[in-house]
Structure formats: C-alpha cells, structure tokens
Design a protein around this ligand. Structure first.
Ligand SMILES: Nc1nc2c(ncn2[C@@H]2O[C@H](COP(=O)(O)OP(=O)(O)O)[C@@H](O)[C@H]2O)c(=O)[nH]1
Ligand SMILES: [Mg+2]
Ligand SMILES: [Zn+2]
Length: 299
C-alpha cells in the first residue's frame, strides 16, 4: 500500500492513505540506514510504501522529486531534510516582532534555487508598522529580481485576501521562517477550520505547548497542501559549492557568462560582470553583501 507522510514525531510517522484515512507507522530497521547522512530518512511530503505487520511499518520511500534541506545544527556532516516533493517554498518573515532576518531569507532562497523550487516571500504584521510604504518599497527592490512573488499581509485581518489564497491553490507549499513570524497563523487564516486542530495541545502528536514541534502537512483547500515547519533559528547551506553559489542568486545569473573566468568568485577578479552590475545598481548591494557573507561561510 502507498501513502504520504503528513507528520513525524520522533520515530513515529503519520501517513495519509489514498482513501483519506490516517495511520501511524514506524520505520523498518533497514530503512533507517539508507540515507545515513540525513538525520531523518523519512520526511513530511514523502510518498512511502507501507505494510501491516504487527503494526504498520514504512517499507520504502519513493524517489523524491525534490527536497528542502539544510545542515543539521551542530553537525556539519549531517543534513536535515525539511520537506520532500514540494511545489514551492514560502518563506515567511514578519516586518517586526521579530524583525526580518535577511541573511536567513537569502539562505532559504539559495537553497530553493539550488533545488529549482519556486520561492515566494510573505511578510506579515504589516498592521504593526508605521512607515509601511517605505518599508514595502525597500523590500521589493531587494527581492523582486530573485523570487516568484512577494506578499505583504496582515494575517489577523478578516478581509478574505483572494489573491493571497490563490498562491496556495493546487500545490504543496512548504513554509519556512523564524519562530513567531506567523506560519501557523497563515495556515489557519487560509482555512479557519484548521485553527482548532492546530491549536490543540493535548493530542498525542503535540506534546509541546503552543508550539509546532515537528513539520506537519495540512490540507488547506481541495488539492492544496501546506507544510508547517517548526520555527528555525538558522538556515545552514547544504550541498552547495563556493564556485556555484552565484548561480543560485537569480539576479546574478544573466551576468555570469560575461565574467572573464568561468569559476569567477566575483570578489577580486579583474573582469567581473557581477561587480560591474552591482556598481551600476542592477544588482542590489545588500544582496551582493549577502553573497559575500555566504561565500565566506562556505570556505
Ligand atoms: N499583528 C499581527 N500579529 C500577527 C500576524 N501574524 C501573526 N501574528 C501573531 O504572531 C504570533 C505568532 O504567530 P504564529 O502563527 O504562532 O507564528 P509561527 O511561530 O511562525 O507559527 C501570534 O500571536 C499571532 O497572532 C499579523 O499579520 N499581524
Ligand atoms: Mg507555528
Ligand atoms: Zn565575476
């Protein structure tokens, strides 16, 4: 039988079967070793085959179309896969409380680009910002060249936000962002009926209070799914080499072939089209700075 993993807690997985029902399954021992470099061999979004022995077990993970992944905290060799088989990544930040962390956003964007996953930015809490137009303009000038959409939302307002909702239609979207930015609120704003389920702290899947301890997949509309991930504090790049980093800065790509050296680092080289584009204002200086910072971290 086949199913899709919708939640994981420790070594137990919630799997949704084709008939819409859910079962709890564990991993067959052998499977744990398959992706030895990943801290988690099976993730939310995975399609799996399952078998009923004494209890349900996951016997295989079907090949992934893609995955969102980052370095596991505290162990450089391990990879922590956030979600599999996603149609788009939605990077959620709040304009205030907490303030946006652009370094975090840029790392998510690079990872999404490396795996060719479309990326949408959502900035929440517009209602708490005074000089909102100015702030929106700044963020748009920073990110319009390297994302598939930017949204500014007050998730607590009742207005229905049809355009915003349509972004999630007929897709599996994976949310990522710091804790407290509004990821869970976003899901319940799209489908208020889910609010109760999300907020419930007593069921066996949610041991922590008011926190999402693990990734979980929700069906928010027909054929539309959103994965809520726990708030991350940092986002370490994974499987990316220094020389290819600029290929994952979308606004740099058109200039790369005009650099003199094919593996130009866009730092000290004499004929560098990227540096010229930064000087001419075609590439935002803060994005270039972000690039330099990541490059240093990859060394
Ligand atoms: N004023 C305001 N508060 C928001 C907005 N979005 C979320 N919040 C609040 O921010 C807090 C954190 O939201 P939550 O969805 O739990 O964040 P998560 O950790 O990313 O899942 C909650 O108290 C929400 O009510 C917004 O657009 N405006
Ligand atoms: Mg949450
Ligand atoms: Zn260059």
């Amino acid at each position: 039988m086949k199913g899709r993993v919708t939640k994981s807690v420790g070594s137990t997985y919630q799997v949704k079967l084709d008939d819409g029902s859910f079962i709890s399954a564990s991993l067959r021992g052998k499977l744990r070793l398959i992706e030895s470099k990943a801290t988690n061999p099976v993730v939310v979004g995975d399609f799996v085959t399952i078998d009923k022995q004494d209890e349900w077990v996951i016997t295989a993970v079907l090949p992934r179309l893609n995955k969102m992944t980052r370095s596991a905290i505290g162990n450089d060799n391990n990879e922590h896969v956030l979600a599999a088989n996603v149609d788009q990544v939605v990077i959620v930040s709040s304009l205030t409380k907490p303030a946006p962390k652009f370094n975090f956003i840029d790392r998510c964007l690079v990872t999404a680009q490396a795996y060719r996953i479309p990326a949408i930015l959502v900035f929440t809490k517009v209602d708490l910002v005074k000089q909102i137009d100015e702030e929106i303009n700044q963020i748009r000038s920073l990110y319009s060249g390297c994302t598939d959409g930017i949204f500014f939302e007050n998730l607590l307002s009742d207005s229905d936000g049809k355009l915003f909702k349509s972004v999630f239609q007929n897709k599996l979207s994976s949310l990522t962002g710091l804790s407290g930015v509004g990821k869970t609120t976003l899901i319940s704003s799209i489908n208020p009926d889910l609010a109760l389920r999300i907020g419930k702290t007593s069921d066996k899947w949610n041991q922590g209070k008011h926190t999402t301890s693990n990734a979980e997949l929700f069906e928010v509309m027909e054929n539309s799914f959103i994965i809520d991930t726990p708030g991350l504090r940092e986002f370490g790049l994974r499987n990316i080499e220094a020389y290819e980093l600029s290929h994952f800065f979308r606004e740099m790509v058109p200039y790369l072939e005009d650099c003199k050296f094919s593996k130009c680092s866009h730092t000290h080289e004499p004929v560098c089209a990227v540096k010229v584009a930064v000087e001419k204002g075609h590439i935002h200086p803060l994005r270039y700075e972000s690039y330099l910072q990541m490059l240093k971290d990859l060394d």
